[in-house]
Ligand binder design. Sequence first.
Ligand code: F6R
Length: 248
Amino acid sequence: MKIIIAKNYQSMSRKAADLIIRQIQMKKNSVLGLATGNTPLGMYKNLVRACKKGEVSFKKTTAFNLDEYAGLSENSKNSYHYYMRENLFKHIDIDKKNIFILNGAAKNLKKECENFEKMIKERKGIDLQILGIGLNDHIGFNEPGSSFKSKTRPVNLTTATRKANRKYFSGINEVPKKALTMGLATIMRAKKIILLASGKEKAEIIAKALKGKIKPTVPASILQKHPDVTVILDKEAAGIILLPKLVK
Ligand code: F6R
């Protein structure tokens, strides 16, 4: 595991975007796994800028998104379809047929997830997966206790996650109780992974995930077993791992 400590959020975002650009320059038809949330917003801004300047083209690139809320249509402003469209896809030259986001409004959610796994396999797997990390240590919507063998599936969201995401909704009752997410095994099959974290509120969970015991109650700890993970942190998120004696 390679850990890069950036001086601030902007620098973390630039470094992450540069790694994605390098991946696409190396392999034009790269298959990316993408995340939503606050953390990757700066990275997406850098990618949009680079695409507009002609430094990178996504024409041959495929994108699979990590997760989506169940019950929200793709036009709902809180859906991850909407987030991806507004923050990335509508500004770059990616071909729509190469965008795969779980449909949270599908009638049969289980089937939707099975089909998603099939699509990833058909594209020969994910070359580079981007991850953020939740305050309860989730990756994707794999909440604490998720099986390390889990595949893409419908899940129940914990109260902690619903509370953390309430800021995007008009109230906690509006936050869906269910979501669809790539599983931990699905994520681990990606050839390369980049984990991003920013801000001091992430310092403790980052230390637990990267230096603590590998166990399902700390879902992100599974990343310690992956052969090619790059973690990009800003100084605040790195705060505790810089003090290794404090890490249990
Ligand atoms: C988003 C996702 C989540 C977030 C995590 C951190 O697609 O899968 O695991 O990465 O909740 O969210 P932020 O970046 O908002 O702190």
